[in-house]
Ligand binder design. Structure first.
Ligand code: UTP
Length: 285
């Protein structure tokens, strides 16, 4: 079955990026000249997704504004002959069919995904976390969709994470299936060192089947008192095959300061207008 829909949870408080996120959604913080959510929507579109649901919360209206038309601004640009810039603004709003829903209380990622139930209905859907920007030759979501379309199994994007980092993520019990693909048998959120089952963790991308809702609806609060998607996946893989895809590409966690700076520098270095200038600037520092 072809996957047409994607869900982008972006309702979190973004406390690791305070004080900026006191007044600006972390997904709207710019990576050079566009907000990080732009790169995430673009990845979904380049992966063949045409309908996107962004899950927001109070105080995040800018996300909705960014994907809307700006007729006054466009008219002003066109009046002064800046047609290309006006067209570029319109193209942002026309990238995909984007809708929004609010998560009224932030009870965790699993709880946020439950807000997408009416949108996805009985279809499989991709999930792209709103603060994980991925850069790869083939979009990471496309890599997961390729495996889903071949197997019909829910898939999660996984990466190797060293012991000193994995307690920030989850640890997976896996067995290899083919190159870069593994079956997931068990997951533990934020494992202690003695709980690590492998150094594979899920980082920011998923293709889920609608059965996940049944799992999430029956969960009680897990790590941090939140409804954890990891716990839902743990239940899902007891009833159907769940595959891990070791994706090719670089992930930037723009929800923390170091990841944000890392992404900013890398994207600036590749920018067609300022990339060369920025490289020279860094060399001469
Ligand atoms: P994070 O834990 O990285 O986001 O959740 P956060 O809660 O905003 O971060 P900090 O710790 O306070 O800095 C991963 C993703 O899940 C979304 C977040 O917006 C982020 O994209 N999320 C998290 C929700 O949509 N709802 C929630 O209740 C929790």
């Amino acid at each position: 079955m072809k996957v047409k829909k994607a869900v982008i949870p972006a309702a979190g408080f973004g406390t690791r990026m305070l004080p900026a996120t006191k007044a600006i959604p972390k997904e709207m913080l710019p990576l050079v000249d566009r907000p990080s959510i732009h790169y995430i929507v673009e990845e979904a579109v380049k992966s063949g997704i045409s309908e996107i649901l962004i899950i927001t919360s109070r105080g995040k209206e800018e996300l909705c504004d960014y994907f809307d038309y700006s007729p006054e601004l466009e008219a002003k640009l066109r009046a002064s002959g800046r047609e290309e810039e006006a067209d570029a603004l319109r193209a942002i709003a026309d990238m995909a069919d984007i809708t929004f829903i609010r998560q009224k209380e932030q009870h965790g990622l699993g709880h946020a995904i439950l807000c997408a139930k009416a949108f996805t209905g009985s279809e499989p859907f991709a999930v792209l976390l709103g603060d994980d920007v991925m850069v790869g030759k083939t979009p990471v979501t496309r890599q997961l969709l390729d495996v889903y379309e071949k197997t019909g199994c829910a898939t999660v994007g996984v990466s190797y994470v060293p012991n000193d980092q994995i307690s920030k993520y989850c640890s997976l019990d896996v067995t290899p299936v083919e190159e870069r693909v593994m079956e997931v048998h068990k997951l533990i959120e934020k494992p202690r060192l003695d709980q690590i089952m492998s150094n594979y963790a899920i980082l920011g991308r998923y293709v889920l089947t609608p059965e996940i809702y049944n799992m999430l609806e029956h969960l009680s609060a897990g790590y941090g008192g939140e409804i954890q998607l990891t716990d839902g996946l743990n239940a899902l893989c007891q009833t159907q095959k769940l595959l891990g895809v070791e994706y090719e590409g670089v992930r930037y966690d723009t929800g923390n300061l170091r990841g944000y700076l890392h992404a900013t520098v890398q994207i600036a270095l590749q920018h067609p207008e300022v990339g060369d200038w920025f490289r020279d600037y860094l060399k001469n520092l």
